[in-house]
Ligand binder design. Structure first.
Ligand code: ATP
Ligand code: FE
Length: 332
């Protein structure tokens, strides 16, 4: 089948065309408008989605060299995400499907982050554990089948991406800070500064304490030396990134041992992080586990992952009806 997929849950507008389970295009239009505000402004996001969606879809067809008339189904992100942003993608998907008289397929954004692993040739086998780390979520997911997933651990407060973005704000770096922390960290010493690891039971996480300790650490040092942050930016970024990666990997390891799972996967925007990718590979090598990390373009929000999720739903004949509405919250 030919599937057109739309992703618009946050601030990226993305369209993808997938033919028989092969993702042929994955066009992503970023919104730079939010940089000036230090975070995503929902009202602005939905307006920019409206401007971007038609060109993104046109490009997705052009890149895939597929005609709009050959589409068999339209997949879209139903949730979770920003309601106004989701509404643009959901409405577009419905209208396109009505015009072409084809069915629509609703996709859960967090399931899609996990299913991004089925885009390439190197696929994990069930059951596997997926650490999904993004701007809004931090979850350890036990993946039993394409659409049979159980969250076995999650954050009790901030997401890992949020911790990175808030840290970068404290450091005076522009939004989104994750990629900048990554870049600076490559030039720094990860053992330069020590931040404590929270003691949380089970496979759950907490990042709000870490954020506070970073805030106080910077405040106290800047009081002594106003140039502290800029003089030590690389070491600070490396130390923060290292602590966040170790918090994540220690829990992932604990869960893998508990469930006896040997296929380990990363997903979500923060899985683009160099330190976390390297740390995961190292842990898997040590433990004799198979490590699965998506290509960069399929880590952050993208329609390719919506397309592959849509493909597996198409095979099961699971279609939505035209009355479907987006959901800001949507369990996996
Ligand atoms: P969700 O998927 O939970 O709804 P989202 O869609 O906002 O949230 P993603 O696009 O999956 O999240 O991920 C965005 C997050 O990834 C941001 O917090 C960003 O800072 C972080 N991020 C992106 N690249 C990197 C990187 N190289 N290193 C660290 N963090 C990164
Ligand atoms: Fe996401």
């Amino acid at each position: 089948p030919v599937i057109l997929a739309i992703e618009s849950s946050c601030d990226d507008t993305s369209a993808s065309v997938c033919v028989d389970g092969k993702v042929l295009s994955n066009v992503i239009a970023n919104q730079s408008i939010h940089e000036a505000y230090g975070g995503v402004v929902p009202e602005l996001a939905s307006r920019v989605h409206q401007q971007n969606i038609v060109p993104a879809v046109q490009q997705a067809f052009a890149k895939a060299k597929v005609s709009k008339n050959d589409v068999d189904a339209v997949a879209f992100t139903r949730g979770p995400g920003l309601l106004g942003s989701l509404l643009v993608g959901v409405s577009f998907a419905k209208a396109f499907a009505l015009a072409k008289n084809v069915p629509i397929i609703e996709v859960n954004h967090m399931q899609a982050h996990v299913l991004a692993h089925f885009i390439g040739d190197n696929k994990p086998s069930f059951p596997f554990l997926c650490l999904t780390v993004s701007g809004g979520h931090t979850q350890i997911v036990l993946v039993k089948d394409y659409f049979d997933m159980e969250v076995v651990g999650q954050t009790l407060d901030d997401a890992a991406g949020e911790a990175l973005d808030k840290t970068s704000k404290i450091l005076g770096l522009p939004y989104p800070g994750g990629p900048l922390i990554d870049r600076n960290a490559r030039l720094g010493n990860r053992e330069a500064y020590y931040f404590p690891e929270p003691q949380i039971p089970g496979f759950d996480f907490s990042f709000s304490g870490l954020k506070t300790s970073i805030l106080y650490f910077i405040r106290d040092n800047v009081a002594q030396n106003p140039k502290f942050t800029e003089e030590n930016i690389n070491d600070i970024c490396a130390s923060v990134e290292y602590r966040i990666a170790t918090i994540l990997l220690n829990k992932l390891k604990k869960a893998a041992l508990h469930y006896g799972v040997k296929d380990i996967a990363l997903a979500g925007g923060v899985s683009a992080n160099t330190g976390l990718r390297l740390g995961t590979k190292e842990m898997c090598e040590q433990m004799g586990w198979n490590c699965f990390i998506p290509e960069m373009q399929y880590c952050t929000d993208n329609a390719g992952m919506i397309a592959i999720a849509g493909y597996y739903k198409y095979l099961k004949g699971e279609f939505a009806d035209q009355g479907v509405a987006p959901l800001a919250r949507m369990p996996i």
